[in-house]
Design a protein around this ligand. Structure first.
Ligand SMILES: [Fe+2]
Length: 219
C-alpha cells in the first residue's frame, strides 16, 4: 500500500470501476491494470463517537433530515479485488449536516435506544451495498480526548465512519472522505488515507459516490 499517495493521484480499482461505469466501458477487461491497482482498503481510527447496536437500516436519513442528499454505494470485495464478499456486516455512523453526532444532541446521550444517522446493513450476494443519507457536516476535534489532545480544535473534513466485518476476512474500520474537501490536507487521518477519498457526482437528487471496500483474507 502506498499511504503517502496524495488524494486523486492514483487509480485504485475503485476508481477504475467508477470510470468504467461512467464511460459505459469495460476498463477492467485489462487484468494487468486491475492487478496493479488492487490494494486492501486501509483502516483508520474508530473515533470517539462509535456506538454499538445501531438498527439494521440502509436509509440513515429520513425525508426531514436537514442537508444535501447523499448516496454511497459499492461492493465489498476480497483481497483479489474481484471476489465479492457477501453478508459482510457494514456499520456506518456520521455527524448530521451541522457536524453533530446523535450523542451530542441534548437529551439523546442517555437514551441508549435512540440511534440517529447510524445503521447496520449486510452486503448482498454480489457484495453490493448502498446507503442513503445526507452530507455529513464538519466538526472540530473535541478537547481532552486522551491521546488526541494535540489535535483539539482542528476541523475534520466531512466523513462517514465504516466498520466492516465478515467471518473469513480481516475486519476494517475506516472513515470515508470526499474529494475536494479543503480540510483533507491538514487532517492527520484523511491526509494519510487517499484510498478512502472518493469523488462525488451531483445530480438533481443530491450527490452520489462509489466506494468499494477490499478486505484482507483472514487465513
Ligand atoms: Fe467522525
Amino acid at each position: 500500500m502506498n499511504k503517502r499517495q496524495r488524494p486523486g493521484a492514483g487509480l485504485t480499482r475503485r476508481h477504475f470501476l467508477y470510470a468504467g461505469a461512467m464511460l459505459g466501458g469495460d476498463l477492467l477487461a485489462a487484468p494487468a491494470l486491475a492487478q496493479q491497482a488492487c490494494r486492501l482498503t486501509p483502516g483508520d481510527i474508530l473515533g470517539p463517537y462509535y456506538r454499538f447496536g445501531a438498527p439494521f437500516l440502509a436509509k440513515l436519513a429520513g425525508p426531514d433530515e436537514a442537508g444535501e442528499r447523499l448516496a454511497v454505494s459499492g461492493r465489498v470485495l476480497s483481497a483479489d479485488c474481484r471476489t465479492p464478499v457477501a453478508n459482510a456486516l457494514i456499520e456506518v455512523w456520521q455527524a448530521n449536516s451541522s457536524g453533530l453526532y446523535d450523542t451530542q444532541t441534548p437529551g439523546n446521550f442517555t437514551d441508549k435506544g435512540r440511534f440517529h444517522l447510524r445503521g447496520m446493513l449486510y452486503s448482498d450476494a454480489e457484495g453490493r451495498y448502498r446507503i442513503d443519507t445526507v452530507m455529513p457536516g464538519r466538526y472540530p476535534v473535541p478537547p481532552n480526548l486522551p491521546g488526541l489532545e494535540q489535535y483539539a480544535g482542528i476541523t475534520r473534513p466531512a466523513h462517514i465512519h465504516f466498520r466492516v466485518i465478515e467471518s473469513l476476512h480481516v475486519p476494517v474500520t475506516l472513515q470515508l472522505y470526499f474529494a475536494g474537501d479543503p480540510y483533507i490536507a491538514e487532517d492527520p487521518w484523511a491526509s494519510q488515507h487517499p484510498d478512502n477519498v472518493i469523488a462525488l457526482e451531483a445530480d438533481g437528487q443530491g450527490r452520489r459516490g462509489v466506494f468499494d471496500i477490499v478486505l484482507g483474507r483472514g487465513f
